[in-house]
Design a protein around this ligand. Sequence first.
Ligand SMILES: C[S@@+](CC[C@H](N)C(=O)[O-])C[C@H]1O[C@@H](n2cnc3c(N)ncnc32)[C@H](O)[C@@H]1O
Length: 238
Amino acid sequence: MPSAEEFIVELLGGVATIQDARHFFDELGNNSDFIAETNELSMAHRGVPAVFAGWSKIHYALTRILRPKVIVETGVFDGLSSACWLLALDKNDHGELVSIDLPATVAVIDSIHTSLPKGQEPGWIIADSLRARHRLLLGDARELLPPILSESPVDIFFHDSLHTEDHMLFEYRAAYEQMQADGLILSDDYRAYDSFSKFARGLGLETFVSYDGLAGLRKSSGMGRGTRKAIECRHREP
Ligand SMILES: C[S@@+](CC[C@H](N)C(=O)[O-])C[C@H]1O[C@@H](n2cnc3c(N)ncnc32)[C@H](O)[C@@H]1O
């Protein structure tokens, strides 16, 4: 498995260096106001501090490096991933996050095995100061995603909603179709039903980049043999 830094460098195909990735990982890690505010909300509603995993740093650094105009994510739940995207957009002073979530008032099987804290909406962990660049749509991504994707081309798409093969492939394919030529598709729990591999193979790609449970590919890597070869050299799935 590559490190989180290598994941970024491989995914972006040389646009960023290991040092760039580290710089933005540190920027997030040193943001004591954001961490304190997020932990305070987490303590209030979950009774434990928030856990900033490798993927939190990756979301943040990708957004800082690429300066996207539009990020779309499916699957918000408490909102930790949304908060990391939004913090980076705020730092960029540019861009919008559109999040789609079917609220887990009771656990939604195949997506999450716990439910939202009583009385809380999806995204409750997002500090009010970060909400100006956020559009949160509540409902099934199968209905809400297509109209959002046709509004304007997406730069980064992140799947973390319902992890069934049919739903994952539906989201990946819908997002890929509508996104910018060099847009990024990211997926959490990518190993479920081998869905991301099936999606990548459908594009003629034998490999993609992965880190822990997170997979990604850049749309431009699925266009033409030269770029395909380049990604094959970078990382082979086990
Ligand atoms: C794994 S959680 C998301 C976690 C979040 N990305 C994070 O890292 O903090 C999955 C979320 O997807 C939602 N969900 C499940 N099925 C969905 C569907 N069909 N459309 C949209 N959201 C869905 C669940 O209710 C839950 O809030």
